[in-house]
Ligand binder design. Structure first.
Ligand code: PLP
Length: 368
């Protein structure tokens, strides 16, 4: 009999399934990489900001040195832009790192973590990695049922994840509802408010979660620079919480979790308000382009506040995989969401106008 390494709860983890890489699809389907359209990972279709590229080129000169472990300049830039003290900031290797740090710092094996059905795939992963017990609360209209989530909290619950907007459904919860939820959650439970897509919210939806941080010691707001800031490949995100919680997260953080190039690029991107505005603009226009076509084609979709749209491509549970394959054969990569329990749906990241058009043409073929 062979030895089984590690705890049962680690062996039980199903690996994260990301968007298929362009090179892999080109190889598998015999396609030209240059003609493949990837709308699968909620990446920024504008690419990275030029300002970040320039900052990275300058930072290249110093790559024999370790990064600044405390990210002094990057924290100063975050501090200035968002009006939060530096001792409230945790830097992460992507905001994924922040989610994991929270689970590792707060949850012991057997303790509970609450999150919603149809919410971000990393919440179960982070929970299982520490032997936590997941309490998955059924969604309402594909979004968070915050009242049920508050009611689901047990004495041994240590963490609650809330994504706003949510991935993969794009659903949005308004400020009043979130703040009422934060007030309803017991003080010993930390709420991670995951705002990876907050930069795409329209002016009516916007709210100031960072102001809540100074009021609620158990709130951790998580932000990503992978989406609207266009830096997914560099892995950079950050968490904002009061100093006591921030200190805890920083104790278990890898000393050099954010590399020098990422720090330099992030500082430039935070200053590049023109790029951020253009990202939001291109996204809003792409959303119109896609949803207008979906309406014309009679395709059901969920109204989305993010940079992606979830569409229903059939009424049988093979539909998502079938239409996904038909799209791949035409060189269009989107995201099947069967692993989220949504086998009739596909998630489409919003691209540039020509990419959206190529996807729509391929979708029409696939459904014909
Ligand atoms: C994309 C995403 C993240 C993490 O992105 P990073 O690249 O790790 O910053 C976090 N939460 C949600 C809901 C996401 O969709």
């Amino acid at each position: 009999m062979s030895i089984q390494f590690g705890p049962d709860y680690v062996r039980a983890i199903a690996p994260y399934q990301g968007g298929k890489p362009i090179a892999e699809v080109a190889r598998e389907f015999g396609l030209d990489e240059a003609r493949i359209v990837k709308l699968a990972s909620n990446e920024n279709p504008l690419g990275m900001p030029d300002s970040s590229k320039q900052a990275m080129l300058a930072a290249m000169a110093d790559l024999a040195r370790y990064p600044d472990s405390n990210g002094f300049e990057l924290k100063a830039a975050i501090s200035k832009k968002f009006g939060v003290p530096a001792d409230c900031i945790t830097l992460g290797n992507g905001s994924n790192d922040i989610l994991e740090l929270a689970a590792h710092a707060l949850v012991q094996p057997g303790q509970a973590v609450v999150y919603s059905q149809y919410s971000f795939a990393v919440y179960p992963l982070a929970t299982q990695a520490v032997g936590g017990r997941a309490i998955v609360v059924p969604a309402v209209n594909f979004g968070h049922d915050l009242a049920a989530m508050a009611a689901a909290i047990t004495p041994d619950t240590r963490l609650v994840f809330v994504a706003n907007p949510n991935n993969p459904t794009g659903t949005f919860i308004d400020a009043a509802e979130i703040e009422a939820f934060i007030r309803a959650v017991p003080a010993h439970v930390v709420i991670v408010l995951d705002e990876a897509y907050t930069e795409y919210l329209n002016p009516q939806q916007r709210y100031d979660s960072l102001a809540w941080v100074s009021q609620y010691p158990n709130l951790l707001v998580s932000r990503s620079m992978s989406k609207a800031y266009g830096l997914a490949g560099l892995r950079i995100g950050f968490g904002i919480a009061q100093p006591a919680l921030t200190d805890l997260l920083n104790r278990i953080r890898q000393p050099f979790n954010v590399n020098s190039l990422a720090q330099a690029a992030a500082i430039a991107a935070l200053h590049d308000t023109a790029f951020l505005a253009r990202s939001a603009q291109v996204n809003a226009e792409g959303y119109q382009q896609l949803t207008t076509a979906f309406d014309a084609m009679g395709i059901e979709y969920l109204p989305s506040s993010g940079n992606f749209v979830l569409i229903r491509v059939g009424t049988d549970d093979g539909a998502g995989a079938r239409v996904n394959l038909a799209l791949l054969k035409q060189g269009v990569i989107v995201r099947p969401v069967g692993n989220y329990g949504l086998p009739q749906w596909l998630r489409i990241s919003i691209g540039l106008p020509a990419e959206n058009a190529a996807f729509l043409a391929a979708l029409k073929n696939a459904l014909a």
